[in-house]
Design a protein around this ligand. Sequence first.
Ligand code: GTP
Ligand code: MG
Length: 407
Amino acid sequence: MFVDEIKIFARAGHGGKGCVAFHREAYIAKGGPSGGNGGRGGSVILQADHDLNNLINQYYTSKLIAQVGEGGMGKGMDGHAGKDLLVKVPCGTLVWRLPAAPPPVDVPPLPEDENKDEDEDEDEESERRGSPPMLTSSSKRAVIRSSGSERAMEIDLSAEEEPAPDQPADEEKGELIADLTEHGQQFVLCKGGRGGLGNRNFATAVRQAPRFAQPGEPGDEGNFLLELRIIADVGLVGYPNAGKSTLLTAISHARPKVAAYPFTTLTPQIGIVEYPVDYHRLVVCDVPGLIEGAHQNVGLGHEFLRHIQRCKVIVLLIDMAGTDGRKPWDDYRQLLNELELYDEALLERPRLIVANKMDEPQSEANLKAFKRKLRKTPVLPISAGFDEGVGKFKQLIREAVAEAGAE
Ligand SMILES: Nc1nc2c(ncn2[C@@H]2O[C@H](COP(=O)(O)OP(=O)(O)OP(=O)(O)O)[C@@H](O)[C@H]2O)c(=O)[nH]1
Ligand SMILES: [Mg+2]
């Protein structure tokens, strides 16, 4: 199965609570606060990987939930940080933040509170419930409040600055937040919550037995759309049966299915073209055939044209033999039309026109008629099935890609 678009839900780990505890030791009276800090929650991190070619893993695991941080403990022990969740995605993955509210998910409960160690006989009375809110030692962090038997730290998350959205937004897909193109490139999708500070952080000369600690902060969460746009140098576009897969087989070690019926290729296929003289390599992408009305979802529709969007050069492969009673010129016009309807920018992309099946008897005459209509643009005649003109084709795409890169 080939998956190039998938919605996921991600949630980073909650930070662990800080602990309220007091030091107890024989012959040390009133040993002072000793509650440890909570650990930070694990983050959800996406990493681009060139060994993957589609988003099938996210299809099966669409909820990415990182580990929560451990709460602080008595005797000054800090909690463990939650483990980060590293998710590998193919190179060329775009990440969109969806506007919708997150669905409810079952998340393991936070570890039970180990805060209530031994806090009875301390004599400091100033932190009793009902006392007015006060600023802590880390004043930019929070205000402490007591309510009922629970003591908690109120954290004003709205005060934390949000990064300004400088990326484009799309009505259906939301806001584009990342584009993972390089192997190993990482993106923190959801940041883990900070752990709360234990009560020993709040001891001052006048408040020697603080009976409160900070709770951990929740981790980021949200719904996202992962979209794969394959990164290739050359995209092969053509009608079904034009011989795209045959050509890819001839120029690379890729072995897509080749057969004499339309829509043999159902998902994009990648091939690596090698130039042994100087070890140069090009990535070529063969997308399923386009037909008239593809923009209205006829055939396989425009679905796979997104994989052409990043190609430096587009190759329009025309069946010059006119198999199934088609006219090469009509095929050419229709292909351009469909490309334009999908994305006008694709017409600006450098393109090569290649006439295939030149071994067939009627092809010569068809090519002549075709060239008469297209006087200025060069057309490369090849016969992919018989390996004729393939060397020239490899050379031409290399030059075109180099030129496109230079621009
Ligand atoms: N005579 C001749 N037949 C060819 C040539 N190249 C491909 N074919 C035949 O054309 C048919 C279709 O080839 P494919 O490579 O599967 O075509 P495609 O463009 O990938 O088709 P879809 O995957 O359906 O879009 C097969 O039967 C090939 O054997 C050629 O140069 N000459
Ligand atoms: Mg094919």
